[in-house]
Design a protein. Sequence first.
Length: 98
Amino acid sequence: MPFETDETQGKIRLKIQGSLSVNDVAVLREELLERIGGETDLELDLGGLTECDTAGLQFLCAARKTARKRDKHFRVVGVPQTVLDTLRSAGLSPEDMT
């Protein structure tokens, strides 16, 4: 799961490519925790995702919760159909991760 980070104007943007699965979330979680400690807000761009499992969904929900706990603005953009399908299969809605 490759990802790109861009930090500008008080905002971190993580653009995730490929898969967001149980094998990928640990690396991404560490990146998120390292970067969200500063005075920045967080935006996750999921436009490049081709696969997302329930561990990926858990990561997305936890990222939102962590950002809010630290009083950061959190936004998810570019949500592909594969993520929406996984959300629905888990009994969740897009509002649960944004």
